[in-house]
Design a protein around this ligand. Structure first.
Ligand SMILES: [Zn+2]
Length: 649
């Protein structure tokens, strides 16, 4: 099996990018303080979190009762993970950094106080049902919360070098390892909501303790085996009808190797597949990796929205069947798009195939970014591709749709998940492949990369105006004395249309492999590589088997999927058609929505001549100019209609 790539860490990447630096700064200056206030129930008119109050009570520094969802701890843990990433990049000794670190340390002190002597840590079971620990893995999220705490600990330890949080989670993981695993003296369960698998893998990478790797593998291998643990557990609890429950929701109906389609709760599926990819890569498990590629194809060729959203059904927040991707009832949870990006990134390391990076990019710039408002303080849990507020706010089967972003949620998994993703963006941009002595560039974000290739330090500076413009310039600052390879992803959206200059001269010796442009040479310090990827407006159609989009098109430019909003096009967007032969142009408008490239296109609007509900009228067509904005920026100008897919004239 070929050696997999290793991503550059956040610490090895410095982002200095027009589009992303301001967003990362916003996470640091606005989102982290805002979410801290939300976790402390200090946001007026927002649903309370109770996360910090639960922790203080569990740590015995406050009195009161537990409130909120059973997995409320995980919101705080994702916040702490975000703080770790923010501190990783914020290298000055400023007052705000010290303040943030001391705030996080105070949370860690509380976590230490709330931890049981045997290592157990979960505020719900500590405060509400201490006698019921580890009795309902299917529903009660103890292992899920543990996973998010471990991810937070690894991020915080890597940022600060402080071991306290790492020691806390090692005690927790050791306790979990004592309770679960093979052999007659341990429980043979696995997480109802996967997450711990990938977290244990991170803990193994950080501590080099193979017990954590073995436990992650155990959880993945045990899942779905007969007799089914969840059924046995439910029967022993006296649950009526336990054996009739459809276990697909938990991806526990069969062992993972026997699951041939992506089913069930979409976020759970993504976290499970991510953990399975980690473990299979480490064990060089070819069978599992081939199987994960099969699942990948099912997701990306049959069950993926053009925005990178997945999980089309509000019922169970789940996948349904192939090509069932309704636009106005889409669920497409922000966390599911994040989960897809996490999985894509892992598959990319092992396959070295740009199509995984294409999906990673699609999710990032569309279905993930749409989850957060431009000011950083409002969030979508659900990301539909078509909204008519009068209908969405009325229909029972669209209750899951919010037509404007919310300040917080009773179930607030998404807001801190978006924050941790945005603050950790650096780790998704580059990889090193030692077997071919190559530095891979996956996503084009301006800044610097500090890599080690064949035990030599290699440093590059990347300049680009992406995502708005296709030109990329890379300067080699530090190199080694033998040839090595720069491998640049050729984005699918440029459709193979690009040109390359090295030190101002056209480079014709194109070597392409799995969607990467590879340039191997004796690089010298100061060498400059310029690549222009065509970034035209594209008219995209869906596979005809996708019922919801037949006869419709959507607009894409670069990584962005576009949408029409009522604010630009008036109401009744469904009466608008895009001309397939008229002019389509894009222009950057710096004053609009924080600066976006707007697409204008010619089209028409259908009107009837009478007000009859049905008639044999052909109607009238009126020429109009359509204005489309990137999907991620919708719903930042008040409530109104929106659609991604437009009728084709
Ligand atoms: Zn979520």
């Amino acid at each position: 099996m070929p050696q997999s790539m290793k991503p550059l860490s956040i610490q090895q990447v410095q982002i200095q990018d027009e589009f992303w630096s301001s967003r990362q700064k916003q996470v640091q200056d606005v989102v982290v303080p805002y979410q801290w206030a939300a976790l402390n129930d200090e946001i007026p008119d927002a649903e309370p979190s109770y996360s910090m109050s639960n922790l203080k009570i569990a740590a015995k520094v406050a009195d009161g009762q537990y409130h909120g969802m059973i997995f409320q701890d995980s919101d705080l843990y994702k916040w702490l993970e975000t703080v770790g990433y923010v501190l990783s990049q914020h290298h000055d000794d400023s007052h705000s950094r010290a303040q943030l670190e001391s705030l996080a340390d105070s949370v860690i002190d509380l976590l230490e106080k709330a931890q049981w002597p045997d290592g157990y840590l979960n505020t719900y079971f500590t405060l509400v049902r201490p006698e019921d620990r580890w009795k309902n893995l299917r529903d009660e999220h103890e292992l899920y919360c543990a996973g998010h705490l471990i991810e937070a600990a690894v991020a915080y330890y890597e940022a600060t070098g402080k071991r306290k949080i790492l020691d806390i989670v090692c005690r927790l993981a050791d306790h979990i390892g004592a309770v679960f695993g093979p052999g007659p003296d341990r429980k043979h369960g696995y997480p109802g909501h996967p997450e711990l698998e990938l977290a244990l893998f991170k803990l193994y990478r950080t501590t080099a303790n193979k017990d954590y790797l073995h436990l992650a593998k155990y959880f993945i291998d045990e899942r779905g085996r007969q007799p089914n643990y969840y059924v046995q557990e439910a029967v022993s609890r006296g649950e009526i009808g336990a054996s009739d429950r459809n276990l697909e929701y938990w991806q526990a109906h069969a062992p993972l190797l026997e699951q041939h389609k992506a089913v069930g709760h979409a976020v759970r599926a993504m976290y499970l597949y991510s953990g399975a990819t980690d473990v299979a890569t480490e064990y060089e498990d070819e069978e599992m990796l081939a199987h994960l590629r099969e699942l990948w194809d099912n997701v990306t060729k049959r069950r993926l929205y053009v925005t990178g959203g997945i999980g089309s059904s509000a019922h169970d927040e789940a996948f349904t069947v192939d090509y069932d991707l309704p636009n106005d009832r889409a669920y497409t949870e922000s966390c599911a798009a994040i989960g897809l990006m996490l999985w894509a990134h892992r598959m990319l390391q092992v396959t070295k195939d740009a199509r995984y990076a294409d999906v990673m990019e699609r999710a990032l710039y569309n279905g993930i970014l749409s989850g957060i408002s431009l000011d950083g303080t409002k969030y979508f849990y659900v990301n539909p591709l078509e909204v008519k507020p009068a209908i969405a706010n009325h229909r029972h089967d669209m209750r899951h749709i919010t037509t404007v972003r919310q300040p917080w949620f009773g179930c607030a998994c998404c807001p801190p998940n978006i924050a941790r993703l945005m603050s950790s963006l650096g780790q998704y941009l580059y990889s090193v492949d030692e077997s071919e002595q190559a530095l891979y560039v996956h996503l084009f974000v301006a800044g610097q990369a500090f890599a080690t290739v064949d035990q030599n330090d290699v440093e590059i500076t990347l300049e680009t105006a992406q995502p708005w413009d296709g030109d990329v310039a890379i300067t080699v600052n530090q190199t080694k004395d033998s040839p090595w390879t720069l491998a640049l992803r050729i984005p699918a959206w440029c459709r193979g249309n690009f040109s390359v200059l090295i030190n101002g001269k056209y480079w014709d010796y194109m070597e392409e492999e799995r969607g990467y442009l590879k340039i191997t040479r004796q690089w010298q310090a100061g060498d400059q590589l310029q690549v222009s990827f065509a970034m035209d407006v594209q008219i995209v159609r869906a596979n005809p088997l996708l019922r919801a989009d037949i006869g419709k098109v959507c607009l894409q430019r670069g990584p962005f999927v576009y949408c029409l909003e009522e604010a630009d096009n008036g109401a009744n967007l469904h009466t608008i058609c895009l001309s397939n032969s008229g002019s389509i142009v894009s222009a950057f408008e710096s004053g609009l929505l924080g600066g976006v490239a707007v697409i204008t296109a010619s089209g028409c609007r259908l009107n009837t001549v009478s007000d009859d509900l049905y008639s044999t009228d052909l109607g009238q067509k009126m020429d109009v100019t359509l204005r489309a904005i990137p999907y991620y920026a919708w719903a930042n100008r008040g409530e109104g209609e929106m659609t991604v897919w437009v009728n084709e004239a």
